[in-house]
Design a binder for this molecule. Structure first.
Ligand code: DQA
Length: 142
């Protein structure tokens, strides 16, 4: 089983960026911990600060028939019709994840363009959200 861990803008700065909100761990550390926690899963990890790069990777994941996607679209969550359309256009099951509780933050973060076309959303649980999303995609609890 192959799962894509897809992260949007500024998530390459995890560990340095607003650590009171996003924690002290880096993205590389998160990816390594996912690999260690799920040794039977092949992870493909991709981060981009560019909307088009994320759309290209989503389309590629569809073409390669990847088994599932965990996606933190960062700030594009609140702005991007194009990402929503890309998610709606592809087959692999996709779970939206946010480290912070976007509903407890600024008003402009309260809406997600992508949520309606995702299987579900996990937010506010920090890095644990990524692990729970992978667990869901493995079908372990279904
Ligand atoms: C985020 C929440 C977004 O509002 C923000 O723009 C991010 C990170 C999160 O993981 O909590 O970049 O997606």
């Amino acid at each position: 089983m192959t799962i894509l861990i897809l992260n949007g803008p500024n998530l390459n700065l995890l560990g340095h960026r607003e650590p009171d909100i996003y924690g002290h761990g880096t993205l590389e550390d998160l990816e390594a911990r996912l690999r260690a926690a799920f040794p039977d899963i092949t992870f493909e990890c991709f981060q981009s600060n560019h909307e088009g790069g994320l759309i290209d990777r989503l389309q590629q994941a569809h073409a390669q028939k990847i088994d599932g996607i965990v996606f933190n679209p960062g700030a594009f969550t609140h702005t991007s019709v194009a990402l929503r359309d890309a998610i709606a256009a592809i087959d692999p099951p996709l779970v939206e994840v946010h480290l912070s509780n976007i509903y407890a933050r600024e008003r402009f973060r309260h809406s997600s363009y992508v949520s309606p076309v995702c299987i579900g959303q996990i937010c506010g649980l920090g890095r644990t959200g990524y692990f729970l999303a992978v667990q869901y995609l493995t079908g372990a609890d279904r």
